[in-house]
Write a protein that binds this ligand. Sequence first.
Ligand code: UD1
Length: 425
Amino acid sequence: MTMEKLIIEGRHPLNGEIKISGAKNAALPILAASLLTTSPIQISNIPHLQDVTTIVSLLGQMGVKITLDERSNIEVDASSLDSFQAPYELVRTMRASILVLGPLLSRFGEAEVSLPGGCAIGTRPVDQHLKGLKAMGAEIILQNGYIKAKAKKLKGATIVMDMVTVTGTENLIMAAVLAEGQTIIHNAAREPEVEDLANFLNTLGAEISGAGSQTISINGVKALRGGKYHVLPDRIETGTYLAAAVITSGKIKLKNTRPDFLKSVLLKFEETGAIIDTGEDWISLDMKGNRPHAINFSTAPYPAFPTDMQAQMMAVNSIAQGTGVITETVFENRFMHVQELIRMGARIELKGNTAICTGTDKLHGAPVMATDLRASASLVLAGLAAKGETAIDRIYHIDRGYECIEEKLTQLGARIHRIPSETKD
Ligand code: UD1
């Protein structure tokens, strides 16, 4: 892996317009779901991201033919699938690889997927995925670090999830689509990306209803056909650029996005003092040159405040007027950015899963280290607001989830560039 750093010279207010990319967390399950049909599929608005490259390599290893073009379109042909294994080398770089489990089991009657293992933001078990598949008749054993699943024919079942899990809900939807009979998933995740996956599968002939609500029902069908689909915009990328405007007291407009998926986030930005205007597919935000006010919130599953925006909001609170209290309820140990923000002058106190942050207008640039995807985004934001130069190391984390981040920020007037890093990993 070539190591690179981002160098940011702070204190340039952002101003201008950019386009938002397709959603990473919708593109990944949709690409995994393409395993379910032998007919060709065309998917547009696929973001150019390391995580997409990872799932494309994973599908490629299984014998799926994939053609990519520069305009974010992908053609997938899974008719010649000849392997049902997701190896450790790929799964360990991206937990979302677990998304191939449901479709492989459904298509082959057999799947071997490496256990994802620990990750920087907590243990993140997959027990709910496995419990649901067992309820549908799968035999599952854990052996040598692999999940080995078998089922001659999956059967519809009523499943009550013990907690809201996004990829868990998605895996069970994909398993149920070709199962015999009806599956009902209670306490399902309501994230827009779950709904996007269901809409995609329905265009191929699946019978899924209730996606986007807490109860999803799926009537199994014999086979899926091919089709075309356009991935929805990335709400977390959208929120991150809005935070960049807030933290630099700037003014920006984001196009190709969906304000209706960001209600909880937009309300919090308004509390910082931002003036927000929206249309069907755009959002504008203007700080009128003012420093933001601190905000309080707890993260929780959609439609509440997303955990994937927590770190970015911590960066906003670190330069805000007043004290903000943030509680993380979705993941344990998702405060890796806090120590790095403190190196830049932030005043944050951690008490269990709560971070109390008293704003300062004196963040200063420093060498910092990216630890996970959203933590890295919060360091970029802090760098945009800090006096002097910030050097962010291990930015491969950022490339997993932000398409052309330095190009987009440069277009908005930020001073940011990438250089090779000497760090050995
Ligand atoms: C997805 C998103 C990720 C986001 C997260 C929460 C994708 C590819 N990734 O991750 O960006 O941060 O939702 O919004 O869509 N859990 C269990 N057992 C399980 C499954 C989950 O205990 O079987 C726990 C997790 O440890 C976590 C919580 O449930 O504490 C939510 O996790 P989950 O919604 O599953 O996250 P992901 O789907 O991995």
